[in-house]
Design a protein around this ligand. Structure first.
Ligand code: SF4
Length: 336
């Protein structure tokens, strides 16, 4: 039996007679993505193609390509949608300005914004009404950040990470609150908050976690598995914030190397050289079929032994937007 040393200085021990895979659980689809994808599918069934979607419904190439083949048209802005057409807002949410623009074009909108993103919008609106300076921790240019900031542009200031804290200015240090994008690294966000609080000791916390349960759970599972891994493969797209964070978290937690792939075919066989233990996980917007593809490929390379690393059970389900819920059939009792 041999041992290999990982980046954190720990060691992972070879499985006698073979290589192995550690498979993170939970991984893949979260409740918000599940709802958003089903929203578009139901809209197609109900209204027929084309159904327009503003931005990618979720940040996954495979999902977008598959829906495109079925007649979904993805657009960047509402003015690309013919007047009167069906337009779905993506899971990442939109600002009031986008809603207004859709109304002006008389678009029939269906809102697939994740309820956990909507919750952050509500916080932003509420604290703006209280005239707070709202420090929004998030990635510049991300659709979710644009949507949240758009709820209260006069009050929201983007803080892109710990290094951005020094340039923050507020009007009244007694009335400052932080909120965040839902898909950030928990550890890095807490570091940003710590630095913000050094500067603004009266900084208030949001009423509840903004980084969503799915993002947190997937990071916890990766942290658990990474110290035992020579390589971690994260299935997810490059524009998927939570997927990219999983790569970072894996490396920080001790994986010797970590890569992000959309498809199994992107796994470079050279990554597997000298590797005994491969960790596999996937971002919250990734269909399980893509993870299966990676597992099949690893099997072909001798990684047939798969062990689950479960750190949480998830059971959350969000109901569909009202306009797509099945209408109730009223039964009239026979009273004769
Ligand atoms: S990652 Fe979190 S916030 Fe984003 S859609 Fe999923 S549950 Fe909602």
């Amino acid at each position: 039996m041999s041992a290999s040393v990982d980046a954190a200085g720990g060691s992972s021990v070879d499985v006698p007679g073979g290589r192995r895979v550690l498979l993170a659980e939970p991984r893949g689809y979260c409740a918000g993505v599940d709802r958003a994808v089903e929203t578009v599918e139901r809209a197609l069934e109900k209204h027929g193609a084309p159904v327009y979607v503003r931005k990618q419904i979720v940040h996954n190439r495979h999902v977008v390509d598959t829906l495109t083949e079925r007649g979904v048209v993805f657009v960047d802005e509402t003015d690309e949608v013919p007047e009167g057409a069906i337009l779905v807002f993506s899971a990442h949410g939109v600002s009031p300005a986008v809603r207004d623009s859709a109304d002006q074009r008389k678009l029939h909108t269906i809102d697939a914004t994740c309820p956990l993103v909507t919750k952050v919008h509500q916080e932003a609106k509420r604290f703006a009404r209280g005239d707070y300076d709202i420090l929004l921790i998030g990635h510049d240019g991300h659709e979710e950040v644009e949507g949240t900031a758009g709820e209260a542009p006069e009050h929201v200031q983007l803080v892109s990470g710990p290094e951005a804290v020094d340039s923050v200015t507020v009007r009244d240090e007694d009335k400052v609150i932080w909120v965040s994008q839902t898909t950030l690294s928990v550890d890095e966000t807490m570091e940003t908050v710590r630095k913000l609080r050094e500067r603004f000791p009266k900084l208030q916390d949001p009423p509840s976690d903004d980084i969503c349960y799915a993002t947190q759970n997937r990071q916890v599972a990766v942290k658990e598995m990474a110290p035992r891994c020579d390589l971690v493969i994260v299935v997810g797209s490059r524009n998927s914030s939570n997927s990219v964070r999983l790569v970072e978290v894996a490396l920080q937690a001790g994986a010797k190397s970590a890569h992000l792939v959309d498809y199994a075919r992107e796994v470079d066989p050279s990554w597997l050289e000298g590797v005994t233990t491969v960790g596999v996980t996937s971002g919250a917007s990734v269909p399980e079929v893509l993870v299966r593809g990676v597992l099949d490929l690893l099997d072909e390379h001798g990684f047939g032994d798969v062990e689950s690393v479960r750190t949480a059970q998830e059971s959350l389900v969000f109901s569909l937007p009202r306009e797509l819920r099945p209408s109730r059939v009223l039964k009239v009792a026979d009273v004769s």
